[in-house]
Design a protein around this ligand. Structure first.
Ligand code: BEZ
Length: 160
């Protein structure tokens, strides 16, 4: 079942790239006591994600933080090496915390799977955005596969 407004974010293990290599991080640690803007997408380095979705959040990072967001998190079903390389390529710096959901733990627990089997991508994550306050979903937007409208940084900013 797809996660909805009012639900608690699932407790799962994710990974992030660090100077020392990939490190596990729990979703509980990411969301604890914070207001977090989260967006998920079908894949690092894919066209819409690289040209629009992530760049939009980089552009609006300061505006989101001005509206009370403590952290901006990007989730994708990719490994931490790929997420780290994408972060460098997109000059993410500290604006967005890049989280690898390589085992799709978060994606599956949140019911946000996108099955791209047959297109060479396997199980991925739907394009979504959320505002999560202290671990509870306050806003949720999901774009139907192949579209990019409701989940932009601009839309989430308007929701706040
Ligand atoms: C997308 O950005 O929607 C997408 C990317 C890769 C494969 C399929 C869809």
């Amino acid at each position: 079942m797809t996660i909805k407004v009012g639900d608690k974010i699932p407790s799962v293990t994710l990974h992030t790239m660090t100077k020392e290599g990939p490190k596990p991080i729990s979703s509980d640690d990411i969301f604890k006591g914070k207001k977090v803007a989260v967006f998920g997408l079908p894949g690092a380095f894919t066209p819409t994600c690289s040209a629009k979705h992530l760049p939009g959040f980089l552009k609006k990072a300061a505006a989101l933080k001005k509206k009370g967001v403590d952290e901006i998190v990007c989730v994708s079903v990719n490994d931490a090496f790929v997420m780290g390389a994408w972060a460098k390529d997109q000059k993410v710096g500290k604006k967005v915390f890049m989280v690898a959901d390589g085992d799709a733990n978060f994606t599956k627990a949140a019911g946000l799977e996108l099955d791209l089997t047959g297109r060479g991508l396997g199980l991925r994550c739907q394009r979504f955005s959320m505002v999560v306050d202290k671990g509870v979903v306050k806003k949720l937007n999901i774009d139907p596969p192949g579209t990019f409208e409701k989940t932009s940084a601009e839309s989430l900013l308007a929701d706040l």
